[in-house]
Design a protein around this ligand. Structure first.
Ligand SMILES: NC(=O)c1ccc[n+]([C@@H]2O[C@H](COP(=O)([O-])OP(=O)(O)OC[C@H]3O[C@@H](n4cnc5c(N)ncnc54)[C@H](OP(=O)(O)O)[C@@H]3O)[C@@H](O)[C@H]2O)c1
Length: 294
C-alpha cells in the first residue's frame, strides 16, 4: 500500500516536472523574491541570477539556488524582474547564454513587449510579460489571490504564463499591447496613489490638530471599510459621504477648511463621486454641488 502511494507520488512529481518549465529569475528584488518564493513553494525548478554581491548573498541565505552557466542554457522561461528601465540591459546580459528556445518575460506593467529591445526581438524567441497586480514592498509579500496581467507573442507562452500564475495562486487577465500605459496608470491609481491619498487624508487631520500617527491609525480601518463596501456593494451603492447624501453645506465647509492643494484633490475626486451618484440626487442639489466642485 505504502509502495503504491510512493509510486503515485513519484509519478505526480514526474508529471509536474514534465509540465513545468525550468525557470531562471534575473534580479532578486521585491518581485523577483516574491516570484522565486512562490514558485519554489510550488516545487518548480527555479534558479536565480541576482546582480550585486549583496543580492547574491541574500538569495543564498534565503536558500535559493543560484544559477550557473548550465542553468542559463537549460532555462525554458527567463523572467526579468528588474526595474522597467533595465529590461533591455538585462535581456542583453542573458541573451547569449540562454538556450534558443528559452522565452523571455518581463514584469513591467507599463512596458510593451518591445521593451526587450531589438536583439531579443531578432533572436526570434517567445516574448512575454507577467505583471503582478500587487503592491510588493517586500519579497515576502504574498501573491496569492492577486491578478497577474499577461501578454505574450504566442498562445504557447501565454499558456505557460497562465501555469506560472496558477502555481502562484494568482488569477490572470490579458492586457492589449496598445493599452499598456493606460492599464498601468489605473494600477498605479489604485495602489501607490491610494497611499498618497492616505497621506493627504492624514494631512487634513493634522490640519485639524491631530497627531500624524494617531490619524493614520484611525484612518486605515476607515479606508478598509470603504474598500469593503465597494467590494460587497459595488461603486454606486458602496459609496458614502456628503456628496452621496447631497449635503452641499458640508461639502462647502470641507472646501473652506482644507489647504488649497488638498482642496483640489477633494474637488476632483468629489466630481467623480457626483458622476457616480448624481442621478439619485434632486436636480437642484446636483447643480449646487457641480457649482462648488467646479
Ligand atoms: N514592486 C512592485 O510592487 C511591483 C509590482 C508589479 C510589477 N513590478 C515590476 O517588477 C519589476 C521589478 O520591480 P521590483 O519592485 O522588484 O524592483 P526592485 O525591488 O528594485 O528589484 C529590482 C532588482 O533588479 C536588479 N537589477 C537592476 N538592474 C539590473 C540589471 N541591469 N541586470 C540585472 N539585474 C538588475 C536589482 O539588483 P541589485 O539588488 O543587485 O541592485 C534588483 O534586485 C519592474 O518591472 C516593476 O515595474 C513591481
Amino acid at each position: 500500500m505504502r509502495r503504491r502511494a510512493a509510486r503515485a507520488k513519484a509519478t505526480t512529481k514526474q508529471r509536474r516536472a514534465q509540465k513545468t518549465p525550468r525557470v531562471l529569475i534575473v534580479g532578486f528584488g521585491r518581485v523577483g523574491g516574491a516570484l522565486a518564493r512562490g514558485l519554489v513553494k510550488a516545487k518548480w525548478d527555479v534558479a536565480l541570477l541576482p546582480r550585486s554581491q549583496d543580492s547574491v548573498r541574500r538569495a543564498a541565505l534565503s536558500g535559493f539556488r543560484l544559477a550557473d552557466h548550465d542553468d542559463l542554457r537549460a532555462a525554458q522561461l527567463c523572467i526579468l524582474s528588474v526595474p522597467d528601465a533595465q529590461v533591455q540591459n538585462a535581456a542583453e546580459l542573458v541573451l547569449e547564454d540562454l538556450g534558443p528556445s528559452a522565452a523571455l518575460v518581463h514584469c513591467s506593467g507599463a512596458h510593451t513587449l518591445a521593451a526587450f529591445g531589438q536583439a531579443a526581438i531578432d533572436s526570434r524567441r517567445l516574448l512575454g510579460s507577467l505583471h503582478p497586480l500587487a503592491a510588493i514592498s517586500d519579497p515576502t509579500d504574498p501573491l496569492e489571490g492577486h491578478t497577474a496581467a499577461l501578454a505574450a507573442t504566442s498562445p504557447v507562452l501565454l499558456a505557460t504564463l497562465e501555469l506560472v500564475a496558477k502555481a502562484l495562486g494568482m488569477n490572470t487577465m490579458e492586457v492589449p499591447e496598445t493599452g499598456r500605459a493606460a492599464y498601468h496608470a489605473g494600477a498605479v491609481l489604485s495602489a501607490g496613489l491610494l497611499v498618497s491619498l492616505a497621506d493627504g487624508a492624514v494631512a487634513a487631520l493634522e490640519h485639524a490638530g491631530l497627531e500624524r500617527e494617531q490619524a493614520l491609525e484611525a484612518l486605515l480601518p476607515l479606508m478598509s471599510s470603504a474598500l469593503r463596501g465597494l467590494s460587497t456593494r459595488g461603486f454606486a451603492r458602496g459609496l458614502t459621504g456628503p456628496v452621496v447624501r447631497g449635503d452641499v453645506g458640508v461639502v462647502q465647509a470641507h472646501l473652506d477648511a482644507l489647504p488649497p492643494e488638498l482642496g483640489s484633490v477633494y474637488r476632483l475626486l468629489s466630481r467623480r463621486t457626483l458622476a457616480l451618484v448624481g442621478e439619485r440626487l434632486p436636480e437642484e442639489t446636483k447643480h449646487a454641488l457641480k457649482r462648488i466642485l467646479a
